[in-house]
Write a protein that binds this ligand. Structure first.
Ligand code: THU
Length: 161
């Protein structure tokens, strides 16, 4: 037996104004669109903004449903929409912003496991890391590639015999 350690590298910003201009624009788009979330059950509004290689920005918000599992996270709404409209465009970056109608979000909000797996798929097909910029009013964190967030992800290699 050999113990192994995986490190997670990320950049921490005390607020969005410290981000580079291109990242700030994306993050502020995620923040703006979070107002449109359909989240009557959780009161937790999430906005996501996806930047493509061609510069286009695709937005999404969480969509809830009375049959709870039928809803979808903001990240996947934006990512699936981006890849549906522009299947050949590489995804460069995803920004996420969240706030609650019921309490102060005092942590940076990061994508759930299922959304990380979806980001990993697009990284794999484009052979390019996707940066993830995640935040709330508590601060902003940026990772270069979802590998930092999901080191033991399931990959297509797992399906090959
Ligand atoms: N949610 C997202 O949209 N993205 C995340 O990364 C975490 C959670 C949504 C799902 C649900 O509508 C609400 O937040 C509460 O979990």
């Amino acid at each position: 037996m050999k113990k192994q350690v995986i490190e997670c590298e990320f950049e921490e910003y005390s607020n969005a104004s410290e981000l580079s201009d291109i990242d700030k624009v994306l993050f502020l788009e995620a923040k703006r669109i979070s107002q449109n979330a359909y989240a009557p059950y959780s009161g937790f509004n999430v906005g996501a903004a996806v930047r493509l290689e061609n510069g286009k920005v695709i937005l999404g918000t969480n969509q809830e449903n009375i049959a709870y599992p039928s809803g979808l996270c903001a990240e996947r709404v934006a990512l699936f929409s981006a890849h549906s409209s522009y299947p050949k465009q590489k995804i460069e970056s995803v920004a996420i912003y969240a706030y609650s109608k019921n309490f102060i979000v005092d942590e940076v909000v990061s994508p759930c496991g299922a959304c990380r797996q979806v980001i990993a798929e697009y990284e794999e097909i484009s052979k390019q890391a996707i940066s993830v910029i995640m935040g709330s009013d508590a601060g902003v964190i940026k990772t270069n590639g979802v590998k930092q967030l999901l080191p033991f992800r399931f990959s297509s290699k797992g399906l090959k015999s």
